[in-house]
Design a protein around this ligand. Structure first.
Ligand code: NAP
Length: 251
């Protein structure tokens, strides 16, 4: 029997975040669907509500300190103390190093690292008070290095170090922190990469699947399943880990 908790999923208007929000709801939790544009979160919220769950659309830029503070306060007031946090919001600004602008670098760092830091700092106040919490951070196989992604790979490797430190600091309060490092997942993010490379998304996915041991690309549900495990009551002794969800070994 699952205890109902309040979860916040960032970048949840679409893609992996939307599927994670739906999964945490079907696991029995109330879910704040947070993204840049509040209106864009509404269809995910409506879907959850139609299935009998509780959800709230919250508009906030995770890299904005004031917006994060206000968003987490609102979730606490409207849904209850948030004790599950999934730092999923992300962007890519790919380019080879000689063409990468400072703004490409800074914006990627701002959403992934600054965003995860601000969200975790705010939510841990509730988690430590409740003496229970789960933080799940989205890393990537790109953390191991990926051509054209100096900014993104550094941010995603940073997410792993950040996760391990959160695990060390917050464990005594009943809070675990873990990371998931997805491989190729079919979302608008990978569709945008295909478009930039001038290939159709179907061709891009077929070529990617050939290189993956299980011979298919990932779906958002593959990541939601891993989040569900980390967020579960039974995973309280699993902390500071990085789970590669990539259809084969990566690290
Ligand atoms: P996606 O479809 O592009 O969705 C990302 C969501 O994050 C979008 O709704 C986006 O909003 C939102 N977002 C961007 N900046 C934000 C900000 N500052 N504050 C709040 N929300 C913000 O991406 P995805 O493929 O689902 O990826 C989700 C996570 O998994 C990311 O962290 C990504 O790096 C990671 N990941 C993805 C893959 C993959 O293959 N897809 C692989 C490894 C890791 P807007 O639409 O308004 O920009």
């Amino acid at each position: 029997m699952t205890t109902q908790r309040v979860a916040i999923v960032t970048g949840a208007a679409r893609g992996i975040g939307a599927e994670v929000a739906r999964r945490l709801s079907s696991d029995g939790h109330a879910v704040a669907v947070l993204d840049l544009d509040e209106a864009a979160c509404q269809s995910v919220v409506d879907g959850i509500t139609a299935s009998g769950g509780r959800a709230l659309a919250v508009g906030a830029d995770v890299s904005d300190e004031g917006a994060v503070k206000a968003a987490v306060e609102r979730v606490a007031a409207e849904l209850g103390a948030p004790t599950i946090l999934v730092n999923n919001a992300g962007i890519i600004r790919d380019n080879l190093i000689f063409k990468m602008t400072l703004s490409d670098w800074d914006s990627v760092m701002a959403v992934h690292l600054r965003g995860a830091f601000l969200m975790a700092r705010e939510v841990q106040t509730y988690q430590t008070k409740e003496k229970w919490g789960r933080i799940v951070n989205l890393s990537s196989t790109s953390a191991l290095g990926n051509r054209g992604q100096a900014n993104y790979s550094a941010a995603k490797a940073g997410m792993q170090g950040f996760t391990k430190t959160l695990a060390l600091e917050l464990g005594r309060f009943g809070v675990t922190a873990n990371a998931i490092a997805p491989g190729f997942i079919a979302t608008e993010m990978t569709a945008a990469t295909a478009e930039r490379m001038g290939v159709t998304f179907d061709d891009f996915k077929t070529a990617a699947a050939r290189e993956i041991p299980v011979q298919r690309v990932g779906e958002p549900a593959d990541i939601a399943h891993a989040v569900s495990f980390y967020a579960s009551e039974g995973a309280g002794f699993v902390s500071g880990q990085v789970l590669y969800v990539a259809g084969g070994p990566k690290d």
